[in-house]
Design a protein around this ligand. Sequence first.
Ligand code: CP3
Length: 356
Amino acid sequence: MMAADFPILKNDRILKAAKGEKPDKLPVWVMRQAGRYLPEFRDFRQKHDFFEVCQTPEYACEVTLMPINRYELDAAIIFSDILVIPQVLGMEVEMKPKEGPVLPNPLTLEMVKDLKTDGAVDRLDYVGKAITLTRQRLKGKVPLIGFSGAPWTLMGYMIEGGGSKTYSKAKKWLYAYPEQAHNLLNLLTDVIIDYLVMQIKSGAQLVQVFDSNAEYLNKHLYLTFCIPYLRKINVAVKKMLKEQHINEVPMILFAKGGWYCLEEQADLGYDVLGIDWTVEPTFVKNILKNKNITIQGNLDPCALYAPQEELEELVQNMIKQFGSERYIVNLGHGIYPDAPTESLETLTKSVHGFSI
Ligand code: CP3
């Protein structure tokens, strides 16, 4: 399937904002917008296992479109998970209803050599197929976002065997076994590069790199163990696309809790930086004022619990503080499963009601 075969795009707000052009209205989408806060998603999950949905393009497409059918969102994000990479590297990953992801055999130093990197991205071709199918089904309504976990965030889940309060087992590698840590991060980086290129070739119109575990590090650790790999991902993806005569797509970096090295993130070549809800807009604006970069964020996911008029006021205030230039509205992290469904309608209406 060639890009030219896809339906013509009718809503390019997010692409314009990402490239520094002026859209007609501010774009808005929500991390985890295809998720458990939607009753139709919960019904679907009663019938299908989490990874069955990820691995079946028809199902992944259906779930991706759920929030798009309900709300005036300006982008779709393909339904999948960052943990499909550890999975195709040979690690077992289970999605438990209460605990979230569990990797029953966490990665040890000895296990790294057995990770199945050969053909890893070929084993992810179901994501490419889901993207291509979704591009067709979207009929050009909004752009489709692809994504991957960042090397450090994937390393964290692989070593801890799931989520963690401290990520101390994974951080131990950074202090006690830095060489092995770099070796693992390099291996993951190479897979991520091929994976993102595959998603773009399949039809992804933007890609986001989720570094959700940035918050457990500090500037020194982030500069040593994350920044070089995030740079390599950006440079290598763009280079590979160029070599294959495929148009570049905007790249978004979301380092949750990574406020301590925002300036360094801005110099990596990404088009958009995601900002979590703990960061003041003035802090972000100050650091990024002379950088050619778009800001994405950062409404507290819990603001969706506020009465609707108050939510509207919070959204309007946030936009005023970030300013409408080079700005994409989003939450400062993923939406929670108990978020009121009407709040997303209030959010999208409030954003589109702001005249720019
Ligand atoms: O954004 C979207 O709507 C697209 C789909 C998407 C999912 N996970 C589906 C999902 C995306 C982009 C992700 C990314 C992801 N997965 C991240 C990075 C973003 C972040 O939140 O920081 C991380 C860290 C993961 C790993 C993961 N997957 C966790 C920690 C959990 C459990 C916590 C939770 O929010 O439920 C998951 C499960 C998961 N991934 C669900 C969904 C819809 C819910 C599980 C279910 O359906 O039972």
